[in-house]
Design a protein around this ligand. Structure first.
Ligand SMILES: [Zn+2]
Ligand SMILES: [Zn+2]
Length: 475
C-alpha cells in the first residue's frame, strides 16, 4: 500500500514538473506555482547568490614557525611585551599563520593595522580574510574581483563573460529587457555577486556575553517595596512618576521617580544573564520582528526573536541601527539559546535584506539555517493565510511591549532602555500569564509557582538571578 502511494506521489511530482516546463516553454515566462505568496517589492533589488568557492591559501603554522625559530636562534620567540593594555581583541589571530593575539603588534595605535611577530604578515580588519583565502565563482571557478567597499562588507563580482551564471541570466531576458540592458546595464543584476563581511564578530562565542557588575546594595528599599515598584513599573506599565505616586498614595512610601528608574536599571542589568542562560524547552517554530524604542530623543531598534509556540522571547537586542551587524547579533543571541543548531532550522522574518546578509554571514562560519521572509508580517501588506497567525502573534507581542513602554516617555540613556527591555523580557517569559497559553506563563520556574503575589515573584526572580551571577563569577 505504502509503495503504491509513494509511486503515485512521485508520479504527481513528475506531472507537475512537466506542467511547469510546458508553461515556461509556451509563454517564455517563469510560472510561479505559489501565486498568493507575497512578493517583496520594496527590497526586490537585493538578490543573494550562493556561496563562492573559498580557496584557502597555503597557511603557515605559527607553532611550527616558533619551533623553527628556536632551532635557528637557540632561544624562543617571546610574545609581545606591551607597555600599556592593548586594544587587540583576544579573538584576533594572524590570518597567515594563526598566531594568537599575544604575537600581534598594533601598528597604528588602535586604528586596526596589525603585524604578526611570528611571520611578519601585516594586515587589517578588512583585508585579513583576503590574506588567507581567495574567492572563486561557484559557476565558472574564476577568481572574483572586488568591486565595491561598503561599511560592513566588500562586494565581489565574477566578471567573466564565459560564466554560466551570467550567460543563463542573459538568456532569460525578454527582448525589451535585452535592449534596456544595453542602455542601462547597471539596472540589471546578471553577474554573480558575493558579499564579504568585515565584522570582528565571532558567532556563538561565550566571549560575546559579558557578566554585568551590579551593586545591588545600592537598593535601599525593602524587598517587598522593590517587588511592588517592579510590578507597577513593568507589569502594569506605569511611568516612573505614576509608580512614585501609587507608592505614596496607596502604600504611604515616599520614593522619588529617579529612584524607580535607578532600581529598574539595577534589576534589569542583574536579570539578563539569568534570562539568557535559562534552560528553555523550545518548539521548532521561531520568528523575528523589529520594534522601536526612544532613547535620548532618537529611535533605537529592538530585534525580538521568539518561539512562536511557547511564546518565549529569545533575543531582544537593542541597537541604534537597523543594519546587518545588529541582525547578526540578534540571531546570535537567538541561536545561543538553542542547545544545538538543528538540521533544517528555519525562522520567519520580515522582508528586510539584513536577515539574508546575516544568513550569509553565519553560513560563512558553517552555521546554517533558513530564513523565510514574509512581506507584510509587520505592516498592512496582504499576507498569505499560512503566515497570518504568525502576524497576529507578533502584533500581540508588540502591543504588550508598547503598553508597558508607552508610559516611560523614552529613556535618557541606552543603559536605561536596555535595562527596561531586559525587565520586559523577564516579565514576558517568567511572570506574565499568556492568553494563548490558557493563562499560563510561558516559562514556569518551579520556585516562583507557589508564591502568593507578584512582588514576591519579582524578588524570587532577583534572588535566582543573583545566585546565577555569583555562580558564574566564581566559576
Ligand atoms: Zn603570522
Ligand atoms: Zn562566474
Amino acid at each position: 500500500m505504502n509503495k503504491i502511494i509513494t509511486i503515485l506521489l512521485l508520479y504527481i511530482q513528475i506531472q507537475s514538473k512537466i506542467i511547469i516546463y510546458l508553461v515556461i516553454a509556451l509563454t517564455g515566462k517563469n510560472f510561479n506555482p505559489n501565486p498568493d505568496k507575497p512578493i517583496n517589492k520594496q527590497y526586490h533589488k537585493l538578490q543573494i547568490d550562493s556561496m563562492p568557492i573559498i580557496e584557502a591559501l597555503d597557511k603557515l603554522d605559527y607553532k611550527q614557525l616558533l619551533i623553527d625559530y628556536q632551532l635557528k636562534n637557540g632561544k624562543t620567540l617571546k610574545p609581545i611585551k606591551r607597555r600599556k593594555q592593548s586594544n587587540i581583541p583576544k579573538s584576533l589571530t594572524c590570518p597567515k599563520c594563526n598566531a594568537p593575539h599575544d604575537y600581534l603588534y598594533d601598528n597604528t595605535g588602535g586604528r586596526g593595522q596589525f603585524q604578526c611577530k611570528v611571520c611578519s604578515c601585516t594586515f587589517n580588519y578588512k583585508n585579513r580574510f583576503s590574506k588567507s583565502a581567495i574567492l572563486r565563482c561557484p559557476y565558472c571557478s574564476k577568481v572574483l574581483e572586488k568591486i565595491k567597499e561598503r561599511k560592513d562588507y566588500y562586494i565581489y563580482k565574477c566578471k567573466s563573460d564565459d560564466c554560466s551564471f551570467y550567460l543563463s541570466n542573459l538568456k532569460k531576458m525578454s527582448k525589451e529587457e535585452k535592449s534596456l540592458f544595453k542602455e542601462k546595464p547597471h539596472k540589471f543584476k546578471v553577474r554573480y555577486i558575493y558579499r564579504q563581511f568585515n565584522f570582528d564578530f565571532k558567532p556563538l562565542s561565550k566571549d560575546n556575553e559579558q557578566l554585568p557588575t551590579v551593586d545591588i546594595s545600592r537598593i535601599h528599599a525593602s524587598q517587598h517595596t522593590l517587588g511592588l515598584i517592579l510590578t507597577y513599573y513593568v507589569n502594569y506599565g506605569l511611568s516612573s512618576r505614576r509608580t512614585t505616586a501609587i507608592m505614596e498614595d496607596i502604600h504611604q512610601l515616599k520614593i522619588s521617580h529617579q529612584t524607580v528608574l535607578n532600581y529598574a536599571e539595577y534589576v534589569g542589568t542583574l536579570v539578563k544573564p539569568f534570562i539568557d542562560n535559562y534552560p528553555y524547552e523550545l518548539s521548532d517554530s521561531f520568528c523575528a520582528d523589529e520594534t522601536y524604542i526612544k532613547v535620548n530623543g532618537k529611535w533605537q531598534y529592538i530585534f525580538f526573536f521568539f518561539d512562536a509556540v511557547k511564546k518565549i522571547i529569545l533575543s531582544y537586542h537593542v541597537s541604534p541601527n537597523r543594519d546587518t551587524l545588529s541582525a547578526i547579533k540578534a540571531i546570535d543571541d537567538f541561536l545561543s539559546k538553542l542547545k544545538s543548531i538543528p538540521k533544517g532550522l528555519s525562522f520567519v522574518v520580515d522582508g528586510n535584506p539584513i536577515y539574508l546578509l546575516a544568513q550569509h554571514f553565519f553560513a560563512q562560519h558553517d552555521i546554517n539555517f533558513d530564513v523565510t521572509q514574509v512581506i507584510g508580517l509587520t505592516n498592512d501588506d496582504p499576507i498569505s493565510t499560512e503566515h497570518r497567525p504568525l502576524k497576529q502573534i507578533i502584533e500581540r507581542l508588540n502591543r504588550t511591549f508598547k503598553l508597558s513602554y508607552k508610559s516611560t516617555n523614552g529613556f535618557k540613556s541606552s543603559k536605561g532602555s536596555i535595562a527596561f527591555v531586559n525587565l520586559f523580557v523577564a516579565y514576558f517569559n517568567f511572570l506574565r500569564p499568556h492568553s494563548s497559553l490558557e493563562k499560563s506563563i510561558p516559562v514556569v520556574i518551579p520556585q516562583l509557582k507557589d508564591l502568593p503575589h507578584m512582588p514576591a515573584r519579582w524578588i524570587k526572580l532577583i534572588n535566582l538571578s543573583q545566585e546565577y551571577l555569583i555562580e558564574q563569577q566564581s566559576a
